[in-house]
Ligand binder design. Structure first.
Ligand SMILES: [Zn+2]
Length: 158
């Protein structure tokens, strides 16, 4: 038997592959950036990826699983299984610092933990207001900045 790569190496490889999978709704960020990839577990020669959808009613959930499956298969990781984990539920706190920065650069206000007004992704002003609970997709709300009067999407999943 050739020596098997260590589980750390496999785990890193899986994360590297999934970091290339864009979120179907916001292609600027990957499913790793958003914290949808909950973790990778290795048990002997069996590796499993845990995915947590952004919210259970999100139509992108199935698309995310399919995209992850496809990426793993293309990387020769057909044996890796994908599990959907609903508890604990996904929250915006799981978005990585890199993910938040990417969202901002993409023109989407990252979630604010305090629940206060959104920060305008263009000028940084907090003088903003919600125009509509429903933005371009179910996961986003439409906001407008009072300072630069630009409309922008705000990520609203919880
Ligand atoms: Zn602004």
């Amino acid at each position: 038997m050739a020596s098997q790569p260590s589980s750390d190496v496999i785990e890193q490889r899986i994360f590297d592959v999934l970091a290339q999978v864009p979120d179907p709704e916001i292609p600027a960020v990957s499913i790793v950036d958003l914290g949808i990839v909950r973790g990778v577990s290795i048990d002997g020669d069996q590796a499993a990826v845990a995915l947590t959808p952004t919210y259970s009613g999100c139509p992108a959930t199935h698309a995310i699983e399919l995209a992850a499956r496809l990426a793993l298969d293309e990387a020769g990781l057909e044996a890796v299984t994908i599990r959907t984990v609903l508890s604990p539920a996904w929250s915006t706190e799981m978005i990585s610092a890199e993910g938040r920065e990417k969202l901002r650069r993409y023109g989407i206000a990252p979630p604010v933990e305090s629940g206060g007004p959104a920060e305008c992704p263009r000028c940084g002003s907090r003088d903003t207001h919600e125009v509509s609970r429903f933005g371009s997709t179910p996961c986003k709300a439409l906001w407008r900045c009072n300072s630069c009067s630009e409309p922008f999407d705000r990520f609203k999943c919880h």
